[in-house]
Design a protein around this ligand. Structure first.
Ligand code: SAH
Length: 352
């Protein structure tokens, strides 16, 4: 049996395809030795392409206003307990200045879908960041927009866009979102972004309510079609002011196994060990890297707003200054035999 599953893992690596049965075996396997083999195979693949490099993305959470009502998310419009804020353009630019001093070459502007930030305002911010920091990449993560808006952001200089698809199964999608949000539009956004020329990131929460292994398989099939440059996955963590407050959190172990499978299937993909993974397990980010992840996204937001950008309960690193987080992470990464690579960390097929 042991050898059988190891052979299957080798086969997945060789063919870069996985069957539903293989995925199920990996996710349900109780043999630690096999799972260690899965992780070491994933590490081997990522070592071959990236060596021991880990890339940093400085996350700037610039608004927690949101017009959407995703059932899992703590900054959903319906959460009247959320203390809303938006950063000014000056504050955003000063986060980037601070970030560049700390060695960051990528800034990720993430926020709720906040109508205050019109295309014009977003483009103006992107242009200024690119003017001030020409060697840095700008990533946007601001939700679903029409093609024309994405095109404007790209023309203003944005390089990358993160939009997790959340689940590729329409029924599952409808259990996580109100009727106003439909999976087809989310997918449309991702294909538009790719066609425009962005480096694109999709992704899921592991253990989101009603998620089944079949859904995760559908996610993989969708990703094989989309061919994203980045895949963001982390465990679902309940937030006390959402309809999903009673649900249990997603499993760290399952998240790690999926990270490893994704690394094996998509050798060159940029794969973050997410803050949610670090929240669910104090060593979660290290474990993520040892399962094939190669990106970390430390927080560059001003400390006074960090506790307000609460997508889920218990989020880590909401009290420290960016400089402190930066030092701490570098040390943690070195401890497990990796190092922070101070380049932009583009996808290998997209680097200049
Ligand atoms: N408005 C942007 C950014 C959303 S926040 C957008 O629509 O893309 C970024 C990601 O955090 C989400 O895509 C979701 O996958 C994740 N997230 C939200 N709530 C979460 C929760 N309770 N637990 C874990 N991850 C969560």
């Amino acid at each position: 049996m042991n050898n059988y599953l190891k052979t299957q893992i080798n086969e997945i690596k060789k063919t870069k395809t996985i069957s539903k049965a293989q995925l199920e075996c990996i996710l349900l396997c109780e043999d630690e030795e096999i799972i260690e083999y899965l992780y070491s195979t994933a590490r081997e693949v990522s070592d071959r392409i990236f060596g021991k490099a880990v890339y940093l993305r400085g996350l700037i959470e610039f608004t927690n206003f949101c017009k959407n009502n995703c059932y899992y998310c703590g900054i959903r419009q319906g959460n009247l307990n959320a203390d809303r804020y938006r950063l000014t353009e000056e504050e955003i630019l000063s986060c980037c200045d601070n970030g560049e001093k700390l060695g960051f070459k990528t800034f990720v502007l993430q926020g709720g879908e906040d109508p205050y930030f019109t295309d014009e305002r977003i483009c103006s911010i992107v242009e200024k960041i690119k003017d001030n920091h020409p060697s840095c990449a700008v990533t946007l993560s601001i939700g679903e927009k029409p093609y024309e808006s994405y095109k404007k952001y790209f023309d203003a200089g944005a390089d990358r866009y993160l939009l997790r698809h959340e689940t590729a199964n329409p029924t599952h999608y409808s259990k996580l979102h109100p009727e106003t949000m439909i999976l087809d539009n989310r997918k449309r956004c991702l294909y538009d972004l790719k066609n425009i020329g962005f480096q694109v990131g999709c992704g899921i929460m592991v253990g989101s309510p009603y998620q089944e292994i079949d859904h995760i398989y559908e996610d993989i099939v969708f990703m094989q079609d989309l061919e994203p440059h980045m895949i963001g996955i982390g465990p679902f963590i309940a937030h006390k002011d959402t309809p999903f407050k009673e649900w249990s959190n997603g499993s760290v172990e399952r998240t790690l196994r999926i990270l490893a499978v994704l690394r094996i299937l998509f050798p060159k993909v940029l794969l973050p060990a997410t803050t949610a993974l670090g929240t669910a397990d104090t060593m979660g980010r290290e474990k993520g890297i040892l399962a094939g992840a190669n990106v970390l996204m430390p927080n560059l937001s001003p400390v006074n707003v960090r506790k307000k950008y609460l997508l889920y309960d218990g989020k880590i690193c909401t009290g420290e200054e960016a400089a402190e987080c930066n030092r701490c992470l570098r040390k943690r990464i070195e401890k497990i035999g990796y190092y922070i690579d101070d380049s932009r960390g583009d996808h290998p097929d997209k680097s200049a």
